[in-house]
Design a protein around this ligand. Structure first.
Ligand SMILES: Nc1ncnc2c1ncn2[C@@H]1O[C@H](COP(=O)(O)OP(=O)(O)OP(=O)(O)O)[C@@H](O)[C@H]1O
Ligand SMILES: [Mg+2]
Length: 480
C-alpha cells in the first residue's frame, strides 16, 4: 500500500491506524510503541507481525512465547509465520547466571544476545521484527550509554536487513524513555485511563500524521483505532434544496422548510414536542426516499415508536423500509470518536441525507469521558455541513416558560437555523408555541404560531400577531 504521495507504506495491522499514520509505517523504519502496563503495546505488536504472512520475528523479553501465542489466538491472529526468539525471564536462556552475561561484554558486535538476534534474522530473513519490550534490555546493559548503543546498533542492523521494526517501551511518568524516542523514526504512544484508551503519534519522521489523541478500543477482535474527526478534510458538492415538514403552516413559518445541508436546532423545554417535530422532517424525507438516521440519547426506540403511533406518524413503516434508522446510544457505551465514525459510515457508505441527534444533554452525558463533548458536537455539525447533509439537533432547555433564550449551550452558534418551541400561558391555559429565531439561508416568518400535538398528528396554527415580548421574557397577549 502507498500513501498520498505514492510512497510505499507498511501496514500496522491495527484497523484504521493507517488513517492516523498517513497510510502506514515507512518501510525499513523503527517505531517505538510506548505506554503504561496494559496500554496495549503487545496487542499492537501482534497486529503488526500478523499484518502480512511474510516471515516475522518476535523477540519477546517480557511474556513467554506460549502466552503470546494464546493471546494472538484469542484475537484470531494467525502466528504460524512468526518465529519467537524467547528471551522472557521464564525461557531457558535466561535461567541461572548466563542471563547476566548477555550484555556483559562492552563490544556491541560480540555480545551473545545481539549475536543471537543477528543469527535469527539472518536465518529467517523476516520483513517485520518486534522487540517487546525493548526496555528490558536496559536492565541487562552495564550502563545507560551502552544500552543506547546496543539498541541503536540493533536497529541499524535490522534496517540494513530490510526489516521494519517495532519496539515497545514500558513508559511511565517515573521511568522516562526519552533516550529511546531519539533513536527511532516514529513514536506511537498508547494510553489507558479509567474512561478510555488513546493513541497519539508524537513523532513520525518523513511523514504527516493526524493529530490526536485518537480513541483506541480492545475487544475480542483485537485493537482498533477510531481517528478523531477532522471536518475540514471532508467536502461534498450538492444543491441546497428544501426539506418540508409535511405540515403546511410549519413550512410557512420556515420559509418553505429546512434548507438541506444546514444544521437546525429544535430548542425548548421537556415535553413541548421537539422530538415529534423533528420526526416530521424525517418522515417527509422518507416519503421522498431519503434516508435518515436518528441517534437517540434521551429515550428508547420503543417510547419513540409508541408516541409516533399515538399521533399517527408512520415511523414504524419507514423504519421497516430501512429509510429511517433509529440508534439508541446508552451512556458509556461508546466514545465520541467511535460515534463520529458511525456517522461517517452512514453518510459516506449509506447515503444518509438527514442526521438527527436527540439531544444535546444526552449527547454530553454519553460522552462526558471525552475532553470536550461540546467541541466534538461542533465538529460533527461542521462535518455534516461540509458533506451537504441535513442536521437536526434537539436541544433541551430547562425553563418551562419565560425567557426565549434559544439555548444554554455553547453549541448554539453551530446552528444555521434555530426553531424555538415553548409553553406559554394563555387565558389560564398552557399552550405550545413555535417560532423561528434564526435562519441563515432564506427568509422566515418572525411571528409565532401555536403548536398542537394530538392523535391527528402535529398541527400548527395561524400566526399569533397578538403575542408580544416573548423574546425578552414572559409573553404578553395584546388582544384583550
Ligand atoms: N478480549 C479482550 N477484550 C478487551 N480487552 C482486552 C482483551 N484482551 C486484552 N485486553 C486488554 O488489553 C490490555 C493488555 O494489552 P497488552 O498486553 O498489549 O498491554 P501491554 O501494553 O503490552 O502491557 P505490558 O506493559 O504489561 O506488557 C489489558 O488492559 C486488557 O484489559
Ligand atoms: Mg506487553
Amino acid at each position: 500500500m502507498s500513501d498520498s504521495t505514492g510512497q510505499q507504506r507498511v501496514q500496522t495491522g491495527v484497523p484504521n491506524a493507517e488513517a492516523v499514520l498517513n497510510g502506514g509505517l515507512l518501510p525499513e523504519s523503527a517505531t517505538l510503541v510506548r505506554g503504561t502496563p496494559g496500554a496495549g503495546k503487545t496487542i499492537f505488536g501482534l497486529h503488526f507481525l500478523t499484518a502480512s504472512n511474510e516471515p516475522a520475528v518476535y523477540i519477546n523479553l517480557g511474556e513467554p512465547a506460549a502466552y503470546l501465542e494464546t493471546t494472538a489466538a484469542q484475537f484470531s491472529l494467525e502466528t504460524e509465520h512468526i518465529e519467537f526468539l524467547d528471551l522472557s525471564p521464564s525461557a531457558e536462556e535466561f535461567q541461572g547466571d548466563q542471563a547476566y552475561d548477555l550484555f556483559e561484554s562492552g563490544e556491541v558486535e560480540t555480545t551473545p544476545l545481539v549475536e543471537q538476534i543477528r543469527q535469527t534474522v539472518e536465518t529467517i530473513e523476516p520483513t517485520r521484527v518486534l522487540i517487546d519490550p525493548v526496555t528490558e534490555l536496559r536492565y541487562l546493559a552495564p550502563d545507560e550509554r551502552q544500552f543506547r548503543t546496543q539498541v541503536l546498533s540493533l536497529i541499524d542492523f535490522l534496517k540494513s536487513q530490510g526489516v521494519t521494526v517495532v519496539l515497545t517501551s514500558q513508559a511511565a511518568q517515573s521511568v522516562t524513555d526519552d533516550d529511546l524516542q531519539f533513536l527511532v523514526d516514529a513514536v506511537i504512544t498508547l494510553e489507558a485511563t479509567a474512561d478510555r484508551r488513546m493513541l497519539t503519534v508524537p513523532k513520525f519522521r518523513g511523514s504527516k500524521t493526524r493529530r490526536g489523541p485518537h480513541t483506541v478500543t480492545i475487544d475480542n477482535s483485537g485493537m482498533c483505532v477510531w481517528p478523531t474527526l477532522n471536518p475540514a478534510a471532508y467536502h461534498r458538492d450538492g444543491e441546497i434544496s428544501t426539506l418540508s415538514s409535511g405540515v403546511d403552516e410549519l413550512d410557512s413559518l420556515l420559509g418553505g422548510g429546512l434548507s438541506t445541508g444546514t444544521i437546525s436546532f429544535l430548542t425548548g423545554p421537556t415535553g413541548v414536542g421537539k422530538t415529534t417535530t423533528g420526526l416530521q422532517f424525517l418522515i417527509e424525507a422518507a416519503r421522498n426516499d431519503g434516508r435518515s438516521v436518528l441517534y437517540a440519547f434521551e429515550e428508547s426506540k420503543r417510547t419513540m415508536f409508541k408516541r409516533a403511533e399515538a399521533i399517527g406518524l408512520p415511523l414504524a413503516k419507514y423504519v421497516g423500509d430501512g429509510l429511517i434508522v433509529i440508534e439508541e446510544i446508552d451512556t458509556d457505551e461508546l466514545t465520541s470518536d467511535e460515534f463520529t465514525h458511525r456517522i461517517r459510515t452512514e453518510i459516506e457508505d449509506r447515503e444518509t441525507q438527514v442526521v438527527m441527534i436527540d439531544g444535546v444533554s444526552g449527547y454530553e452525558r454519553a460522552f462526558r469521558g471525552s475532553d470536550d463533548p461540546a467541541y466534538e458536537l461542533l465538529k460533527i455539525g461542521r462535518y455534516l455541513r461540509n458533506m451537504n447533509t441535513t442536521g437536526i439537533i434537539i436541544n433541551e432547555i430547562h425553563e418551562i416558560t419565560g425567557d426565549f433564550r434559544a439555548t444554554e449551550h455553547r453549541v448554539s452558534h453551530l446552528a444555521d437555523d434555530i426553531i424555538v418551541l415553548r409553553h406559554v400561558e394563555y387565558r389560564g391555559e398552557l399552550r405550545k408555541i413555535i417560532g423561528v429565531l434564526k435562519k441563515r439561508t432564506g427568509g422566515f416568518e418572525s411571528t409565532l404560531r401555536t403548536l398542537e400535538i394530538t392523535d391527528a398528528g402535529v398541527s400548527v396554527g395561524e400566526p399569533l400577531s397578538a403575542l408580544r415580548g416573548i423574546l425578552t421574557g414572559t409573553p404578553d397577549w395584546n388582544d384583550e
